[in-house]
Ligand binder design. Structure first.
Ligand code: ATP
Length: 301
């Protein structure tokens, strides 16, 4: 009877391998999801990062030219400063980060890093300079070590451990049955939202980018997890020019500048206290979140 089942077993294995391949490929495409029309200008030089100052100058953009999403968006992030972007769902917050990473070219205006138009430098040098901690981290069906080192395959064991410590996930990993060799992803250990975010933070620490984009998860984590993730993020963003796409306003009260977006336009900007005192859209959002927090003990956007 065993003889009979062996081919079926084999088939199952082949199926799983193919499925696995598809999942990895899908994950890859999500990570390098670049429309083909984005190309380096002939002879484009590499981006020369000095202080990593970011400037959006009257940026107009639409994914489809018939539907404009951003309307004359201008802001400046000085070297090492932290800019927070807030606004209702669909306001255009994530679009700003996709444009900075040059997933798309803009239709009007200019985006520069240290004075260099991002459309005029090589995409590889641009993307080396930017680290993104996304809302949802894609994990590969591989070991947790591989997942942390992803993007820096040459990283040493010491560097990987240091990154995991910086992301406050080292102790968790040591507690796993196979430590850093534990298989994660669809086929292995399923990590929680908070754990996945820490893997993303560790990846970013290893990448060591001059510019950091944090796309805060919409779903609220429990407050202890949230606090430790915020602490880890604070460590990574220190000394780097940072853009935070924030849903919970309580995480950005220390930002050097907050921009409030509505339907693709910046409607208010300033520091937390200034915006509160102004009594406008930001103050309303703040009051609403405070009331929600009082009601159910969590902060949600
Ligand atoms: P959220 O807080 O929900 O993440 P957001 O402020 O980040 O929202 P964006 O993701 O920047 O909003 O989207 C802004 C607008 O652009 C939305 O109206 C959305 O429908 C549109 N949009 C986003 N991505 C695409 C895309 N790939 N193709 C076409 N339209 C898109």
């Amino acid at each position: 009877l065993m003889q009979l089942f062996r081919p079926l077993d084999l088939l199952g294995m082949v199926y799983r391998e193919i499925r696995q391949g598809l999942i990895d490929m899908e994950a890859m495409f999500r990570l390098i999801d670049t429309p083909p029309e984005i190309a380096d200008a002939p002879g484009a030089p590499d981006l020369q990062v000095t202080g990593a100052a970011i400037r959006f100058d009257a940026v107009d953009f639409g994914y489809d030219p018939r539907r404009q999403i951003l309307h004359g968006v201008s802001f400046h992030v000085p070297p090492g400063a932290k800019l927070a972007v807030v606004g209702h769902s669909g306001a255009g917050k994530s679009t700003l980060s996709r444009i900075l990473y040059r997933f798309y070219d803009i239709q009007g205006g200019r985006v520069t890093i240290d004075g260099q138009d991002i459309a005029g430098v090589t995409q590889s040098s641009l993307r080396r300079a930017i680290g993104i901690v996304p809302q949802d981290t894609v994990l590969f069906n591989d070991t947790i070590r591989y997942n942390i080192a992803y993007g820096r395959p040459d990283a040493s064991e010491a560097e990987i451990v240091a990154a995991a410590r910086g992301a406050a996930i080292h102790d968790f990993i040591l507690g796993l049955p196979d430590g850093y060799d534990t298989q994660v992803g669809e086929r292995g250990l399923k990590l929680s939202g908070g754990e996945k975010q820490r893997v993303a933070i560790a990846r970013t620490i290893l990448k060591n980018p001059a510019i950091l984009i944090l796309d805060e998860a919409t779903s609220a984590l429990d407050s202890a997890t949230e606090a430790s993730i915020q602490e880890a993020l604070g460590g990574v963003s220190a000394g780097r020019t940072t853009i935070v796409i924030a849903h919970r306003l309580s995480t950005i009260t220390d930002a050097d500048e907050i921009i409030v977006m509505d339907a693709g336009r910046i409607i208010e900007c300033g520091r937390h206290e200034v915006l509160l005192a102004r009594g406008g859209a930001y103050a309303d959002m703040w009051a609403l979140q405070q009331a929600e927090e009082a009601e159910n003990g969590t902060l949600v956007a």
